[in-house]
Design a binder for this molecule. Sequence first.
Ligand code: NDP
Length: 328
Amino acid sequence: MGTFKAIRIDKADKGTSVALTQFDEADLMDGDVTVRVEWSTLNYKDGLALTGKAPVVRRFPMIAGIDFAGTVEQSSHREWKAGDKVVCNGWGMGETHLGSYAAKARVKGDWLVRLPDGMSTREAMAIGTAGYTAMLAVLALEKQGLSPSSGPIVVTGAAGGVGSVATAVLSKLGYHVIASTGRLSEAPYLKGLGAAEVIDRNELSGPPKPLAKERWAGGIDSVGSTTLANLLSMTKYGGAIAACGLAAGMDLPSSVAPFILRAVCLLGIDSVMCPMRLREAAWNRLATDLDQTKLSEITHEINLDQVIGEAARILAGGVRGRIVVKIL
Ligand code: NDP
């Protein structure tokens, strides 16, 4: 046993402190699989944990990072052996279980997903939790019966991580995607990902009416608050909105009108405790339904020593697409 590099969060006099430091392997938590982490990523929730802006971390010391892709080093779990390529998202990593901004992670084998054929560990983390969540939202809309012939799909926070992957996947599947962004300068980027229309997020941030003009059959929302309320009020009869984020707030100032007068459905998306069957379905669909060229266009690579510096930028909505973090 030795030490390895890790981003560690500790309790401090005021809030928390964070530093890139050496971590002792003997201090890893229980788990039946030890993984050599090759790539991780920076998600919005990582930004909250690293800056201490929200009480994401509930155990100290904590290694930050909510997802990784890597190679199994040791396993006593029936499913996994040394050399297997795996992906892990959520399950409390970086919150209650030591996380992924580290050269090693020890986790439960039941948490791991096999890397889909043809996908590299770097590509898996270029997708990351944000991209896997976008696919969970697409699967939820499909389960609800939506298809490209149902009508347009709106994607909010479109230039962010969830939004960029959602836009790329939906357009590849043949949907007419309306991308909503606060950064209209990113319109060429969003059109490049396949958005048919780009709208200013201000159109969706005013006081929501119970019902407004029907504009889309469905949506994927990473923003929450008045934006989600406006989305619901503008959804066509029988449509559905998949809610996965809170970039503008956790509240939902809506009314029951869209549900009881237009049979609109609000679909909840959770990536953290998501059942294994659905995780595997999402990762396998990402292998086929996300254009690799578009994935590389939305991806920006950083090293572990740059992660802490990028945390505030993602919370300020300043990151475009996805950040992949090289661990080794
Ligand atoms: P990003 O920061 O990459 O994207 C969020 C985007 O939301 C921004 O790029 C911006 O897009 C928009 N945005 C930011 N602030 C505001 C604001 N005040 N008002 C309106 N729009 C805003 O984050 P991620 O894509 O990683 O995550 C998006 C959300 O989804 C987060 O809230 C995150 O916590 C949540 N999430 C939830 C998961 C789950 O399991 N349910 C899993 C993963 C993420 P633009 O500039 O285009 O307007």
